[in-house]
Design a protein around this ligand. Sequence first.
Ligand code: AMP
Ligand code: GLY
Length: 417
Amino acid sequence: MKVLVIGGGAREHALCRSLSLDPDVTALYCAPGNAGIGEVAELCPVDALDGEAVARLATELEAGLVVVGPEAPLVAGVADAVRAAGIPCFGPSREAAELEGSKAFAKDVMAAAGVPTGRSYVCTTPEEIDEALDAFGAPYVVKDDGLAAGKGVVVTSDLDKAREHALACGGRVVIEEFLDGPEVSLFAITDGETVVPLTPAQDFKRALDGDEGPNTGGMGAYSPLPWADPKLVDDVMATVLQPTVDELHRRGTPFAGLLYAGLAITSRGVRVIEFNARFGDPETQVVLARLQTPLAGLLLHAAQGTLDLEPPLRWRNDAAVTVVVASHNYPDTPRTGDPIEGLDEVAAQDAPHAYVLHAGTKRDGGAIVSAGGRVLSVTATGQDLAQARERAYRAVARIRLDGSQHRTDIAREAAGE
Ligand code: AMP
Ligand code: GLY
C-alpha cells in the first residue's frame, strides 16, 4: 500500500516512522513534511489546506491511503476532497471535525450524548461575558470558540485578564467551570461506529518546569500512566468515546478518524476538557512508540469503515517518554534558522531506544536548521518510565541548538523521582 501523510510536525514524523516500519507500506510520502520526515518518506510540496491539490497529489501517487495529521486541513475539508476522489482517507469530514473546530459545537454534542464535561456558557456580548464570569467565579476559564493553535484558552484568577481575553476573542467565547485534577489524553480510532481506544498518555502543556509559564502546544509526554485507575479506559469508552461517536452518527455526520479526548480526572469523576479531531502532539510520539500492531492496516480499517475486522491491538510492555526541544522565545516569538547539531550522535549512540522526531526543522544546504517553535521531540522507550526518561534526557543533552529550551521534569513524578 502507498500512503500519503499530510502535515509536517513531530506527530507526522511519528506517524511516518511507524508507517515506514509496517511491511504492508510499499511507498511513503509526506506533504509538506520536514527534514527528519524526509529520511523515511518522500516529501511532496503541496498546500496542505487545499483539498483539491491534496486529492490530485494522492491520485497521481496512486495512494491507497491518505492520513491527515493536523486539525486545520480537516476543518478545511481536506478529508472530504480526498474521499471524493475515491481514495480512503484517515481523518474526519469537515462537519465532524467541528468537534475540534468549534468548542460550542463540541459542548452541544456532549450535552446531547450525556458526556460529562464542565458546565459552560457560550457568550457573544460583553454583558453575557460578565454574567458568565460572575456566575463561575475564579479561577476563570475562557476559550475562543474557534481553532487557535493552543493559544485560545486562558485560565486565570485575574478577572480583568479573563475579561480582556474574552473580548479579544472577538466572536463567540466559551466560559467554563474550572476543572481540577490531573489531565489525561486518551485517543480512539473510529470508523464512525466501531471505536478502538489507544493507550492513555499525559501531556505537559505549560512551557516551564513545575507547570509554570504560558500554555504551549505541548512540551513533553509519557505513557503509560502508572497512577491512573486501571478502569479508566473502559470508563471513558463507555461514558465519553462511544456516546460521542454514536451521537455524531445519529446526526448524519459520522466521525471517522482519531477522536482525542482531553480529560480532567476530578474528585467528582472524569470530565472532558476538550475534543480534538486528530492525533495529539506530542502524545502520539509516546503512544505510537508503544503500539505493536502495524499502523497502516489499522488506519485503513478506520478509513474504510471496517474497524470491526481489526484484531485486538497489541502493545509493548515498554514505557515511553518524549521531551520537546523548543526554540528560543517559544511560544511567544520563536526564533528560527538556528543550526541543529548532535543528531548524528543520538543516532549513533542512543538508537534504537532513543530517537529524534523532527517538528520545526528544514534542510539548509548541508545543515539542518530550526524552522518553528517546537523543533524536536526526543523520544525514548525503556522497561519503565525511569529508564525511558533517563534515555530521553541523555539524548536531549547531545542536541545543540542555540537558545533552545526544554522542560527537565517530563514524567519525573510519574517515574517516582
Ligand atoms: P484546551 O485547548 O481546551 O485543551 O485547553 C488548554 C489547557 O487549558 C488544557 O489542557 C487545560 O490545562 C486548561 N483548561 C482548559 N479548560 C479547562 C478547565 N475547564 N478547567 C481547568 N483547566 C482548563
Ligand atoms: N498535545 C495537545 C494537542 O495535541 O492538542
